[in-house]
Design a protein around this ligand. Structure first.
Ligand SMILES: Cc1cc2nc3c(=O)[nH]c(=O)nc-3n(C[C@H](O)[C@H](O)[C@H](O)COP(=O)(O)O)c2cc1C
Length: 325
């Protein structure tokens, strides 16, 4: 067997496949199963900023939709933060793989102090899933981006465990955001989050949820930006996420420059045991290609190393249009 070890956020991983934050990582039994099937680390289901503020007695829920208010209030009451801290401690006792905690937030407000308790509970690292939806036309892009930087600065002062930011792909200039996070001693980024999105049911005239799970074709944006980011900000660790449904997709992300990959939808669709197929594929591919370790090929096809970097730059379908009727 080839040596599949890699490092991510300074953590040593037995292979490059992490199970991403979701219901799959919300309880110890499931986490043990993931480890038994080959997961190299888990990112726990996110704790939400609203849950932390509720516990601190400072959550004010205002919504034009009373149903949404009720849902939020009952969710934060039944999923309290003590349970989350217990999950970290219990998972750390139950498995040998790294346990990365996750917080889902929309601001750099006073919830941040809570990160110290996550560190105390024993998390190996903290993943910050942050997305500020730009809904105010009077604000500039810089106003919104400042939230990410303030968050990074405050968290870095407060805790010493490694921190990664799980980002969306909506920025005008993702490379600048990633570089600025690196300057603020954020060790890693997850590229990219796949957000909950609304849909409309035209029969019942109700707002519903768009497809929750990704498809294999959804790796396209992740692949481009991993390749660009690994070249532009080579020292920051990258965990590739969204659309990784096979060992082949894992290999593509490593070649583009990722240190690790995160999988979620593929396991919901095919079961936890599918993880084994991921690991087997990477191992076989490395043997076939004669690579002894991941370091031998990681980033070898990033933006700077590929012969013609314009392939990562092209976004208009010129060739497609000119060769198809
Ligand atoms: C059912 C479900 C629950 C999720 N919960 C979280 C969460 O709590 N926190 C988070 O950061 N991402 C969450 N995600 C997003 C996943 O971690 C992942 O980023 C996304 O699904 C893209 O990866 P995939 O293509 O492998 O599914 C969730 C996804 C699904 C499908």
């Amino acid at each position: 067997m080839a040596n599949l070890q890699t490092t991510y956020l300074g953590l040593s991983l037995k292979n490059p496949i992490i199970v991403s934050s979701s219901g799959l990582t919300s309880n110890v039994e499931s986490i043990k199963k993931l480890e038994a099937n080959g997961a190299a680390a888990v990112v726990l289901k996110s704790l939400f900023e609203e849950q932390i503020l509720h516990e601190a007695g400072s959550l004010s829920v205002h919504s034009d939709y009373p149903e949404a208010e009720d849902y939020l209030k009952s969710y934060v009451t039944s999923n309290n933060v003590e349970k989350y801290l217990d999950l970290i401690t219990d998972a750390k006792k139950a498995v040998d793989i790294p346990v990365i905690a996750s917080i889902n937030c929309i601001s750099a407000s006073k919830w941040i102090d809570f990160a110290a308790r996550i560190q105390e509970a024993g998390a190996d690292a903290l993943e910050i899933n942050v997305f500020v939806l730009p809904t105010d036309s009077r604000k500039t892009a810089e106003d919104y981006e400042a939230v990410y930087y303030t968050l990074a600065e405050k968290l870095r002062k407060l805790i010493s465990i490694p921190i990664s930011f799980k980002l969306g792909d909506h920025f005008t200039n993702p490379l600048r955001i990633i570089e600025q996070l690196w300057y603020r001693n954020i060790q890693g980024v997850v590229l990219f989050n796949r957000f909950f999105a609304p849909d409309l049911d035209v029969k019942s005239m109700k707002v519903t949820s768009a497809e929750v799970f990704s498809n294999p074709g959804d790796i396209r944006d992740t692949l481009r930006w991993v390749a660009l980011a690994n070249h532009a900000v080579p020292k920051i660790d990258i965990s590739a996420s969204t659309g990784i449904h096979s060992g082949e997709a894992v290999v593509k992300m490593l070649l583009a420059g990722a240190n690790s990959t995160q999988v979620c939808s593929a396991l919901y669709k095919n079961g936890t045991a599918h993880l084994k197929a991921f690991v087997e594929y990477v191992d076989k591919w490395m043997n076939d290609k004669g690579y002894a370790s991941i370091a031998d090929f990681k980033g070898n096809m990033n933006y700077g190393k590929i012969g013609d970097p314009s392939v990562y730059e092209r976004s208009q379908f010129m060739k497609y249009y000119s060769s198809h009727d």
